[in-house]
Design a protein. Sequence first.
Length: 374
Amino acid sequence: MSLACYAAKPHETLGRLHQEPAEPTQSGRNPFQRDRDRIIHSTAFRRLEYKTQVFLNHEGDHFRTRLTHSLEVAQIGRAVARRLQLNEDLVEAISLAHDLGHTPFGHAGQDALNECMKEHGGFEHNLQSLWVVDFLEERYAKWNGLNLSFETREGILKHCARRNALLIEAQEPGGVASRFLKGTQPSLEAQLCNLADAIAYNAHDIDDGVRSGLLTMEQMQDVSLFARYHAQTLAEYPQLQGRRVLYETIRRMLSDQVYDVINATRAALQQHAPASADEARQCPALVQFSAAMYEESKALKSFLFRNLYRHPQVMQTTDGARAVVKDLFNVYLDKPQEMPAAYAQRSDVPRAVADYLSGMTDRFATREHARLTA
Ligand code: MG
């Protein structure tokens, strides 16, 4: 498949932080494929299996975890990339890495850790994902981290507060944080991963929400994006029952959003006509939904926020999770020697605690909590 002129080209990569010998030609891997492979072999990637997306990891065998979520983001991202002739390998690498910096216990854990770190520079999961691949992973003799390409790192750093952008820029002038200071966009592949992330969680959270019994199909009728395909499904298959109705509806909803992104983005690309990947960075965000789909997707997201993420039963388990994170933070702050040596020996104790804690899986955090607070 040939790449469009505005796609990221492996041979034009801005390179890695540490110079490496060129890939042996017989391996045939380009830099973004190497990045993907490094991510898949990382410890942080394996931990995604035991980190909560919405439902705590042990609540059921079929709910999404951060790992299956990341795989779904990669699938949606690659499908769109192929149609737009964007770089599929780069999309895959960014998608698989995009949640590496997430704490245990989903958003509750993230909020709790952010609160604990308020006096110490805060905690941002996007920045943490970059920190994981740049520093925390220990795979190489010569350097910290995975030494990924600029383009993959640029995609991982989806948001960044100005204060942190200035700190990164000071260490890496013109690097991955520059765009937050200049107000430009990341590559089209990075933009696509953001949208694929939203499409994936909106769809799979309906699925998990209904199967858990916390959301009902009747309730979902308030969401036009769902109601439309639900009605369409029942009109075509009046006898259809149970889960198949749900899956057929979600499947149609998902593919329509994918086609919507493809069409809306094609139109934007035609209008702005970027002639290179770098020109695309100077344009407004071009990977997008149509205006109508954007509104519907936003409505679905806020429905899920109100009815699922804030559901009393979800809140109850996440309140417990928040307490675990806060307790652990305070214990390690007080007794850094309870952490492995690599963390205990660092001079910035709060940051070392945040790094150690955010890397934990749900079950490891729960075990540590029992060990240290019994
Ligand atoms: Mg995500």
